[in-house]
Design a protein around this ligand. Structure first.
Ligand code: SF4
Length: 145
């Protein structure tokens, strides 16, 4: 394989990450921010990077218990992400509702609305757990290409 082909292969297999806040308390989002700017936990070590548009995204990380207020917007944004996409539920809130699970205002678990591929439990999950979840998501995404 030539050097140029290897570069193309790397570019094709380097996913963009996108984040949807489904009404989180921001605890999980602070931990996600750590994976964007603290070198020790930086997801760029895995060959991926956060992007600002759902239309560029390959892997979506969803935080929060999906409040009724954000449900429609979250579904619209999610639908803008092109296939094949991989969905990661970050924190216990999207998985089960967490501490908000009995609230009238939340729609969790999010797998009723989005096909979740990877769960990263914790309240909030530690950055190494998020990195592990992203690594699993990258492996799933590469299989889907
Ligand atoms: S899992 Fe915990 S830290 Fe994350 S959004 Fe829910 S309550 Fe906040």
């Amino acid at each position: 394989m030539t050097f140029i082909n290897r570069l193309k292969d790397f570019a094709v297999k380097s996913p963009w990450l996108y984040r949807i806040n489904g009404g989180s308390c921001n605890g999980c989002d602070v931990e996600l921010a750590t994976t964007a700017c603290i070198p020790r936990y930086d997801v760029e070590r895995l060959g991926c990077q956060y992007c600002g548009s759902p239309r560029h995204a390959d892997i979506v990380l969803i935080t929060g218990p999906l409040t009724r207020r954000v449900l429609d917007a979250a579904r619209r944004v999610y639908d803008e992400i092109p296939d094949p996409k991989v969905t990661v539920a970050v924190g216990v809130c999207p998985i089960s509702g967490g501490i908000f699970r009995e609230s009238y205002a939340v729609c969790a678990p999010i797998d009723q609305y989005f096909p979740v591929d990877v769960n990263v439990p914790g309240c909030p999950p530690r950055p190494p757990a998020i990195i592990e979840g992203v690594a699993k998501a990258i492996a799933i995404w590469r299989q889907r290409l």
